[in-house]
Design a binder for this molecule. Structure first.
Ligand code: TYD
Ligand code: MG
Length: 456
């Protein structure tokens, strides 16, 4: 195919330039030009060779009520935890983007999933751009899948990949990874914004037109976002993220976006010598074992998707320098700053001259505000050098006025903690159970001062 001339488009104003420039000639913004394909000539869409003769003709419309709602055709992968995040299985024609740190287990999980799918009779294709076929075979051997029927293609050129898909007609194809794929229509390097966007668009189109499900593996940047343009997340149907500390065996796969299921659902896996194994009862895996309670530690009951999860929140408050630091791992830093202000203003506890570090154990990321109370209790516990009672846990959102707001599905959280042997809790008043729960002493609070008073 003859190479089309590309164009550089400003991501801020949309202005174009035939060459790459540091500064946009139209709006003057710096570093905003990205390589793009030029607009197709009228009547010649670059996605379809045939001219669009019927473009100007009016198309038939119909009332919504007349359109039959159909369920998506799904195939369970057989990996229960993966199916759970996907909302029940792989959807025909669906495009999934899966991101995560290097070495966290993306290739392992997808190879296991493809093998399981192929065994149910679905034709699969594993396109590897990062590793050679021999390396994939080595991993398969480690997973005990050396006799796997999964079809492997080691290729990074988009046009060849699309042609192979056309010839093989797989029902599920994995591209590992989208950053290694390039189209020879663009001159920029694989992994560049233009290449990633173009290749993902073509693969998405191939999925939609053939009914093949496509899984794209995406790299994450140092900041933890998916590398490449944000537009990738908009293009696909489902975005999954791998979370977890590579030093611990547990991995979470979280749905950030899902057109075919619930978001924020998680799948929990453990990395073993022979690949990833689903953890069906994960509530206690993020608790660290202290033989006696230590200052600066508070257990939080968080709700991830449909399941309650107990996570230890650790805080360390230490005298800081002239500009004290506030650092958080797994929790939002702005929220931490806000909570410290609430603590000062409404409970009179000042940390202005102290370094404050908080950490959610096990590499989990906690985004729900119901973690506030546990974070505050861990911080005050560290500041006072006094451990919280044995068997203690907390949850609840804290507002700027110092009020403690209820968390969704409080009863479930309480029951899960009780089941795991926890015995004392500070919870929002509105979450207090009507009937006492056996073995559980509950302090229901309305204000942050009250919560601190309970554990003084
Ligand atoms: P991998 O799937 O290659 O990660 P990614 O594709 O996300 O970069 O996972 C590699 C890590 O997993 C590596 O550190 C080795 C470990 N691992 C196991 O512990 N057990 C196994 O059976 C396999 C295949 C890998
Ligand atoms: Mg990999």
């Amino acid at each position: 195919m003859a190479k089309e001339k590309t164009l550089f488009t400003c991501s801020a104003c949309g202005g174009t330039s035939p060459r790459w420039l540091g500064k946009c000639p139209s709006c003057g913004a710096w570093n905003t030009l990205v390589e793009t394909m030029p607009e197709a000539e009228p009547g010649k869409n670059r996605y379809s060779a045939a001219p669009f003769a019927g473009l100007a003709q009016a198309q038939a419309v119909q009332p919504l009520a007349a359109i039959e709602a159909r369920d998506f055709a799904r195939t369970a992968s057989g990996l229960e935890e993966l199916d759970r995040v996907l909302g029940g299985g792989i959807v025909e024609g669906g495009v999934v983007l899966i991101g995560g740190d290097p070495g966290i287990g993306k290739s392992t999980l997808l190879l296991q999933a493809l093998d399981a799918l192929q065994r149910t009779g679905l034709p699969t294709l594993y396109v590897t751009g990062e590793e050679s076929g021999a390396q994939v075979a080595l991993r398969a051997r480690r997973l005990g899948l050396e006799h796997s029927p999964v079809q492997v293609l080691a290729e990074i050129q988009l046009e060849k990949i699309l042609a192979t898909m056309d010839a093989q007609q797989p029902a599920v194809a994995v591209i590992d990874s989208i950053q290694t794929v390039y189209s020879d229509q663009l001159s920029s390097a694989p992994g560049s914004v233009a290449q990633v966007r173009e290749c993902a668009a073509h693969l998405t189109r191939a999925a939609k037109s053939s009914g093949m499900a496509v899984v794209l593996v995406g790299h994450v940047t140092k900041e933890g976002a998916l590398a490449g343009p944000r537009v990738l997340e908009h293009m696909v149907d489902t975005v999954l993220y791998f979370e977890g500390d590579t030093h611990s065996p547990f991995r979470l796969v979280r749905a950030i976006k899902n057109r075919f299921g619930a978001v924020n659902e998680i799948g929990v896996f453990a990395m073993t010598e022979r690949g990833l194994k689903g953890v069906s009862n994960p509530s206690a895996i993020f608790l660290s074992q202290h033989s006696t309670p230590v200052p600066g530690s508070c257990v939080l009951v968080t709700l991830e998707g449909t399941r309650p999860l107990l996570v230890e929140i650790q805080a360390l408050v230490d005298s800081g320098g002239p500009s004290p630091r506030r650092l958080s791992v797994g929790l939002d830093r702005d929220r931490l700053a806000m909570l410290l202000a609430v603590l000062h203003r409404h409970a009179g506890v000042a940390c202005a001259d102290q370094d404050v570090f908080v950490n959610a154990v096990g590499g989990v990321r906690i985004s729900e505000p119901a973690s506030d109370l546990a974070v505050l209790l861990a911080i005050t516990s560290s500041l006072r050098g006094k451990a919280l009672p044995k068997g203690f846990f907390a949850f609840g959102e804290v507002g700027l006025a110092g009020e403690v707001r209820p968390a969704p599905r409080g009863q479930e959280r309480l029951r899960e903690a009780a089941k795991l042997g926890f015995s004392v809790a500070v919870v929002p008043k509105a979450n207090a159970p009507k009937k006492p729960i056996e073995g559980l002493t509950i302090h229901a609070v309305e204000r942050v001062e009250e919560a601190l008073e309970v554990v003084r």
